[in-house]
Design a protein around this ligand. Sequence first.
Ligand SMILES: [Fe+2]
Ligand SMILES: [Fe+2]
Length: 253
Amino acid sequence: MIRLAHVTDLHLGEAPPALVEEFASDLIAEAPDALLVGGDLTRAARGVEFIAAWRLLESVAPHIPVLAVPGNHDIPHWDLVDRFFKPKADWQAALPDRVVTSLDLPGLSVIGLDTVSRAQWHLDWSAGSVSSRRLRALEEALEARANPRCVVLTHHPLRHPGWATQRQPVRNAALALDLLRREGVELILSGHLHRAALLTDEGRPWQVITPSALSERGSGQMGWTMLECGEAGLSIRRRDWRARQEQREALPA
Ligand SMILES: [Fe+2]
Ligand SMILES: [Fe+2]
């Protein structure tokens, strides 16, 4: 059995230090085999926020593989020159060298898909996008993976649950989902909505949405998800780390 911690939407810069400490101790106590970081590490893509976020994540996962994708809060919001011409400069500068964008573990491959968008032809610039370049890179990563069993990590959900259908969809989500289906991907792990959901109604890939690790904004929920992969397949445990409680959710066989 391998166990992967999915943490997302930390928004470092918002949470008080005592809360951050408490979150870190819960994650350390659960001792995952790998850490999947789903983006929105920061509140405003400031260098100091990135440094604080990675200091925290490196402290909880010093000896295990770490895979990360950025979120919409990890690129400049108001500085349009930086947003358009060097949107990931601070993300890249703070990213530890050992953080990867795809991972082959025994029996499970995990691939990160960057869905962050600089601008779109509507007013919601927090929405995600999968460009044709990203689709090609995703296809290559899927073909190169070591295991048939595969999970994809994104910041933006590629499908929205019923309570979020008013949200702007990810551009080209349908193309990405078609590719993931063709390649037999079982599960997408996402964040961004700050509220937990599990979507299984349209078959594979199922989609788990993990709430923010450290911000109650939007839903009152905070938590992280432990994805477990064993002989019997995938299952998840949702950790409400403040209450030290968890809820197990079975994924279809
Ligand atoms: Fe967020
Ligand atoms: Fe987000």
